[in-house]
Design a binder for this molecule. Structure first.
Ligand code: DX5
Ligand code: ZN
Length: 219
């Protein structure tokens, strides 16, 4: 297994103080964040509502960070263009929300968006395999989507291992992202299993030393 892949850290804005978005983004940017993870929840696909397109548009004025946009929404095809116009760089959709995502991916490519596909904890990792040629990022959820601050589900590790080996066998340029409950105690097992991108909300925002946490997660 190749441990020399660069590991990217994506703070999840869901854990930020929403009354201070600009400061909070600036803080993680200066702390060395590689991407900014934006959790979009519609109250239908997941039992919670977060923030949406106007917020992305506003924060786009404040940072050049890559906006890694995690769509926990039903029927995402309705909003692809609006997310692009607001300043998203990538969109990750859930296979549970769109079992036939090919037309969605074509539209995203036409708009110049990076393409991600996510699976919930109960979804077998093999369900990503038919789409690996079409995507840039495969997201393995390590909690049920919908809320920050939950406990990491260790079953994600076996999924990452299996996905990494499939990606290596097929020699595909797909990054593996893991999201949910990640902290300094479990991030290294995710990386060892083959994760390229670590998403972390509560382990980074509101902590006194986000730069140290981001650096340690990267190692
Ligand atoms: C969960 C979201 C995650 C969440 C991560 O539905 O997709 O991105 O914000 O937050 P923590 O790291 O606190 O579990
Ligand atoms: Zn997320």
């Amino acid at each position: 297994m190749n441990h020399n892949r660069p590991v990217l850290v994506a703070p999840s804005l869901l854990a930020a103080d929403f009354s201070q978005l600009e400061n909070q983004i600036c803080l993680v940017e200066q702390a060395g964040a590689d991407l900014l993870h934006l959790d979009i929840m519609d109250g239908i696909f997941v039992p919670n509502i977060s923030f949406g397109i106007p917020v992305i548009k506003s924060i786009r004025q404040k940072t050049d960070l890559f906006f890694d946009t995690h769509l926990m929404i039903s029927n995402p095809i309705r909003y692809i263009e609006a997310f692009k116009a607001a300043g998203a760089n990538s969109l990750t959709v859930h296979i549970e929300a769109c079992p036939k995502p090919q037309s969605l991916f074509i539209k995203m490519r036409q708009l110049g968006l990076k393409v991600g596909l996510a699976i919930n904890p109960q979804t077998p990792v093999d369900e990503l395999f038919p789409f690996l040629e079409d995507i840039d990022v495969a997201l393995v959820m390590s909690v049920e989507p919908g809320f920050g601050g939950q406990v990491f589900q260790p079953d994600a590790i076996q999924k990452i291992t299996k996905l990494r080996s499939e990606i290596e066998i097929r020699q595909l340029p797909v990054d593996i992202q893991v999201d949910g409950g990640i902290n300094l105690l479990n991030s290294s097992s995710c990386v060892k299993a083959g994760a390229d991108q670590i998403v972390a909300g509560s382990a980074i925002f509101g902590q006194p030393n986000p730069d140290q946490i981001i650096n340690k997660m990267r190692k």
